[in-house]
Ligand binder design. Sequence first.
Ligand code: GAL
Length: 416
Amino acid sequence: MWKLTKVAAVAAVLAASASAGAGEVEVLHYWTSGGEAKSVAELKKIMQGKGHTWRDFAVAGGGGDSAMTVLKSRVISGNPPSAAQTKGPAIQEWASEGVLANMDALAKAEKWDDLLPKVVADIMKYKGAYVAAPVNVHRVNWMWGSSEALKKAGVAAMPKTWDEFFAAADKLKAAGLVPVAHGGQNWQDFTTFESVVLGVGGPKFYQDALVKLDDKALNSDTMKKSLETFRRIKSYTDPGAPGRDWNLATAMLIQGKAGFQLMGDWAKGEFLAANKVPGKDFMCAAAPGTTTSYTFNVDSFILFKLKDASAQKAQSDLASSIMSPEFQEVFNLNKGSIPVRAGQKMDKFDDCAKASAKDFADTAKSGSLLPSVAHGMAIAPATEGAIKDAVSQFWNDDKVSVADAMKKIATAAKTK
Ligand code: GAL
């Protein structure tokens, strides 16, 4: 009898202590595709393991435009979630509204400054204090290849230049396959466009034109050539592209129906979720002409000021979990990205991820590590949105000339 009572007493104390610090986190994100959902489920698992309640505030829509619209309405109504998937300059805009929590106590206790590349740590801070926790490093300037489709078309290797790309695309077309799998949201057009600008013009031109928004660069012959190359890619997509979600474009490669997809490495998460093997079922390669450059896209969660103490504790545990070695490994293995935390072992990661980690380090040294404009890392959201619309209009409307598009993009670049 004594033994049973004692065990019961210990169990009651444990349960009580677990629930004492237990709180609720509501997390806004837009990770709703197969690979994305599997990844974010790992964070939910970790938080539930700490006794917290996870309220999943998922807003579908790759690229996140819809999620940001919903977030604005929640914050304006004075009822922000604990955390929201937000990145780049948008973090500064939210922080300037005075609605984000200061996470410095945790960041200092866990030495985040020693664990993050300075380029990333600076993005996570507002006026020197951490207001966001970074999740990963996605590389955007990737091109994916379906091994089955490329074999069928007699394409022996992933193209390294745009001339090689178009030659391969012609072979895929001749084999009755879709050369380029593409979807119908403007952020997908912009993702392709930024890789073309990088591949045609090189890292300095990319920086001048799309990051510094230099008028001379935006009106240069190199921009003209970039737009001509961009339009030529359009002719290798299929009539079903408009409206297609990015992950359904990836599915066309998984099914061997299409040859290439120009997309960030969240696409790898879809291949992995379908149990496809890199180097065997699919190929990863830098987008043509961009082998020695890296356009980075760091997903992060901004953390809102909360009133309730248990909610604040749960929020702090969320930020700590995001930066933990365990989460950094299991999340990024599923997501297709690489850990953002320094010193992570890469032995469980595939060759695409290992190449990404090496290139991230090499390009940081060489000066060709660049913020992805299409994924909110480089310029103010309003400016990014205006340029994205001008680029997407050019992609969708063959009546828009290259000269018109250059004018519209240069004008959009002045949007504040
Ligand atoms: C990006 C985001 C990635 C991925 C992609 C597709 O902006 O950073 O994590 O989700 O959109 O939705």
